[in-house]
Each structure stands twice: as structure tokens, then as C-alpha cells.
Write a protein that binds this ligand. Structure first.
Ligand code: T5A
Length: 215
């Protein structure tokens, strides 16, 4: 019996309104042009249970949700997502393209809410074991531009309604993560016109494909 090689795990990250969602199709197209089967998903969410938990943490403005409750809810959704979607896809040789993953937890719950990064690391180890993305594209943009773009797209959720200081801390934490993990996290200057962002995204994905083919 032959086994397919394990798939690769690609995540996109960034502040609200940075342009992640817009560029998911660019990443997907670039992979599919190389005949790679892609499972596209998102966090929080990606399973029926995870989507219900997403609704709770993003949109239930009527509830007073403590930071620890928010953190545990996001990891609860992640546990379900890994079990039902991410691991089965990777094991079957498909690639997983995920709109946000645990870097977002470090940025929003760590940077934004001020939860200790060590606490997040404990939950990360418990829920993920050794699972980590192989490539992360971090869309970085100044906060005013991100806010303006997010506003033009939809009504603000619980995170988009946060103050400037929260958003500054989120961005700073994302950039710190990129500095600590330069092999995995590639920063895209998302303040550029869309055409240039798309070009940068394609280049990063092709460079990553080159490393996979060369293995
Ligand atoms: N969260 C998530 C946590 O707190 N912890 C966690 O662990 C996780 C996983 C999820 C929220 O949950 C939080 C963080 C988030 O607040 P989400 O679904 O990721 O939210 O966010 P969305 O609301 O779907 O999307 P974003 O607000 O993040 O925006 P995007 O996807 O970055 O931006 P996008 O692509 O929708 O673009 C916004 C607008 O800008 C335009 C687009 O056309 C669109 O209209 N645009 C550009 N315009 C000009 N130039 C460019 N270069 C442009 N790029 C995009």
C-alpha cells in the first residue's frame, strides 16, 4: 500500500482589514496551478462546533466574556478544527490553507488582552502537540488603513471595535512573532496597492513551493 506524502499547512495572519481574505484566493490559485489539492478553512471556526464558538467570541456583544474565557473558547474551537479538518487533510496529502491560527492568539489574546505568552504556550502544546504551520504570510498594515478597510467591508465585530492601543499591541506582537520566526513567517507590506500585494504573495508562495520540491 502506498501512502501520500503529508500535506503542508499554510496560514495567513494580520490585523483586521489588512487584506488576508482578499489574498486567500491568490494563494489557493498559485497552489492549484501546481496541481496541489487545497482545503481552505478559517479560525475561529472551520467546523460546525467551531463556527458556533466563533459566533460567541466575535458577535455576542450582549455577553461579558472574560479574557481567559475568550482564550479557552478559541482553543476549544481549535481543538475541534485540528481533529476534524486539519490533521485528516494533512494526513491524506492535501494542503491546508487557514485564515488565522495560533499566531492570532498570541497577537490578540497575548498582545491585545495582555494574557501571558507562557499561558498561551501551555494551551498551544496541549491542543496542537507538535503541529505548526509550515508557512505563514503576515499581512502588515498601519492601523488607520486597516480600520478604514475593515469598515468598508462589514460591521465591526468585538475585536474590530477595540481601542487603538489594543490594535497597536496586536500589530506589535505579530511583528515580534515574525522576528522570532523568520523562516516560517513572511511579512507582506499590505499597505501597498492590491496589485503589488498580490505580486508579493505569489512570490512568497512560489518560493515556498521551491523549497518543498527541492526536499
Ligand atoms: N481572533 C482570531 C483572535 O482574537 N484570536 C485567535 O486566535 C483567532 C484565530 C476573526 C477575529 O477573531 C480574532 C481576530 C479577528 O478579529 P477574521 O475572520 O479573521 O476575524 O477577520 P475578518 O473580519 O474576516 O477579516 P479581517 O477584518 O481580518 O480583514 P482581512 O481579511 O484582513 O481584509 P479583507 O481581505 O477582507 O479586506 C478588507 C477590505 O480592504 C480591501 C478589500 O477589497 C476589502 O474591501 N483591500 C484593499 N484595498 C486597497 N489596497 C489593498 N492592498 C487591499 N487589500 C484589501
Amino acid at each position: 500500500m502506498t501512502h501520500s506524502p503529508r500535506g503542508r499547512f499554510i496560514t495567513v495572519e494580520g490585523q483586521d482589514g489588512a487584506g488576508k481574505t482578499t489574498n486567500l484566493s491568490v494563494i489557493r490559485d498559485t497552489l492549484e496551478q501546481s496541481s496541489i489539492q487545497v482545503v481552505q478553512t478559517r479560525e475561529p471556526g472551520g467546523t460546525p462546533c467551531g463556527e458556533a464558538l466563533r459566533e460567541l467570541v466575535l458577535n455576542r456583544r450582549d455577553l461579558d466574556i472574560a479574557p481567559t474565557t475568550e482564550l479557552l473558547t478559541i482553543f476549544a474551537a481549535r481543538a475541534q478544527h485540528i481533529l476534524q479538518v486539519i490533521e485528516p487533510a494533512l494526513k491524506s496529502g492535501r494542503w491546508v490553507l487557514c485564515d488565522r491560527f495560533t499566531d492570532a492568539t498570541y497577537a490578540y489574546q497575548g498582545g491585545g488582552r495582555g494574557i501571558s505568552l507562557d499561558t498561551i504556550a501551555v494551551l498551544e502544546a496541549m491542543v496542537q502537540g507538535t503541529l505548526q504551520p509550515d508557512l505563514t504570510l503576515l499581512f502588515d498594515v498601519d492601523i488607520d488603513t486597516g480600520d478604514a478597510r475593515a469598515r468598508q467591508r462589514s460591521e465591526a465585530d468585538r475585536f474590530e471595535s477595540e481601542q487603538h492601543a489594543f490594535k497597536r499591541a496586536v500589530r506589535a506582537q505579530y511583528l515580534a512573532l515574525a522576528q522570532r520566526n523568520p523562516q516560517r513567517i513572511k511579512v507582506i507590506d499590505a499597505a501597498q496597492p492590491l496589485e503589488q500585494v498580490v505580486h508579493a504573495v505569489r512570490s512568497q508562495v512560489k518560493a515556498f513551493l521551491g523549497t518543498v520540491v527541492d526536499e
